[in-house]
Design a protein around this ligand. Structure first.
Ligand SMILES: [Fe+2]
Ligand SMILES: [Fe+2]
Length: 415
């Protein structure tokens, strides 16, 4: 039976675990969950440092590192909402096999408690990779390496705790009790990480459906469906550089592909007309904003309400000379103001049936020139600041047409 002291200690531990549990159940990106898991595991075991990996595509992807003694070695997780569209995150990966301690723990699905990483027990196939220590001058000694295994025995990640400190701040061994705490934490965390991954998968499949439906509308008048992917990524980027909250930028990423869904209601003869539109045709073309809003209206979910606002307002102009309602300035929803910049930039840099593709340099100049007239000045400023990121997107989803170097002074947006 536990003594009073032991009972009190157990209660503290139990309270701490409950606290961690509720933190890990918050709906957050996988990377942030793992960062929090590492912080809490280090607190509970007095570990000086640690790293976390997430299992993806049969490998372990490095997510973050924390080191109390060497803050210069802290690596915070990179959370990128655009992963829903691009599907890739990059980052260092290691194999799930016996060539590393983290790989070993994931491969065998068992936690390791190590006294000294440089004096591994003989006869076991454990291998410690000292290259990181050599590079940084940090000395790894005691370790707990725990796989995060979900209920269906799938490894979702690996938690590595490094160098337990005793009361005097000297590196000591992790205890059997530490190991129990970490294993408990790891199984709770595995569930949260799996939930977060399933949420991501759901987002990805929503986005895939949205992109396919939006492509159906867009495909009729553009050479490529990549227009909507680029616009979506530009919108998310502009929002982020304007300092918008992450929920907002994610909604922009998902909703902006639907900006031209109303083109479903515009006749092909107008959409695909190579020359200038007549006044009557131009008015019909402009109705795609109202048709789009009509298609999307009345939804009870936030994403479609967002998309409705964008469809309706992405051709309004800051100076009030846009359509369909000639709104001006901040009367235009921010969602529409941001999409306007992204959509026009993409139209400029893409070949359309009525115009060639213009260079990125020229398109940036054109957007900047229309700052405060056609476009929201703040959205333009954010777009210009984000130029390196915009160019990465442009290159990754490059339009397949040659760029027109001879430049025309006329803004080629014809409607
Ligand atoms: Fe449009
Ligand atoms: Fe568009």
């Amino acid at each position: 039976m536990a003594t009073t002291d032991e009972g009190a200690a157990l209660r503290v531990e139990f309270d701490a675990l409950l606290g961690v549990c509720s933190k890990l159940n918050e709906a957050r990106p996988v990377e942030e969950l793992l960062d929090e898991l590492l912080r809490q595991a280090r607190l509970l075991t007095r570990a000086e440092a640690g790293t976390v990996y997430v299992a993806e595509g049969g490998k372990l992807r490095f997510v973050c590192a924390q080191n109390e003694a060497r803050r210069d070695l802290d690596i915070t997780p990179r959370v990128d909402e655009r992963r829903f569209l691009t599907g890739t995150l990059g980052g260092k990966t290691i194999a799930i096999d016996e060539t590393s301690l983290a790989g070993h723990a994931a491969w065998r699905r068992e936690a390791l408690r190590i006294r000294d990483a440089y004096e591994l027990p003989a006869g076991e196939s454990l291998r410690f990779d000292p290259s990181f220590d050599r590079m940084t001058g940090y000395r790894t000694r005691s370790m707990i390496v725990a796989p995060l295994v979900d209920r269906s025995a799938q490894v979702v990640g690996v938690l590595q705790l490094i160098n337990r400190l005793d009361e005097a701040g000297i590196v000591a061994e992790f205890s059997a009790r530490d190991m129990q705490v970490v294993e408990g934490l790891a199984s709770m965390a595995a569930l949260s990480v799996r939930n977060a991954q399933m949420r991501d998968e759901l987002y990805r499949s929503h986005l895939d459906t949205i992109l396919r439906l939006s492509t159906a509308a867009e495909f009729r008048d553009t050479e490529t469906s990549q227009h909507i992917q680029r616009v979506s990524l530009y919108c998310e980027t502009i929002g982020r550089w304007m300092g918008a909250p992450r929920d907002w930028t994610r909604l922009m990423l998902f909703a902006s592909p639907m900006h031209d869904v109303g083109k479903l209601g515009v006749p092909d003869a107008i959409l695909q007309k190579p020359g200038k539109l007549t006044e009557e045709e131009r008015l019909i073309m402009q109705r795609h904003t109202l048709i789009g809003a009509h298609i999307l209206k009345g939804a009870d979910n936030e994403l479609l309400r967002f998309a409705e606002k964008i469809a309706l307002s992405h051709h309004e102009r800051w100076d009030g000379a846009g359509y369909p309602h000639r709104l001006a300035g901040t009367e235009i929803p921010l969602e529409g103001r941001v999409t306007a910049v992204a959509d026009v930039f993409d139209a400029l840099t893409s070949k359309r049936c009525y115009k060639p593709a213009f260079s990125v340099d020229w398109a940036f100049e054109e957007i900047a020139k229309n700052r405060g007239t056609q476009f929201d000045p703040e959205a333009v400023d954010a777009f210009v600041r984000a130029r390196p990121e915009v160019e990465v997107v442009f290159d990754a989803y490059r339009p397949a047409q040659p760029v027109e170097e001879s430049q025309t002074p006329v803004n080629p947006i014809m409607y």
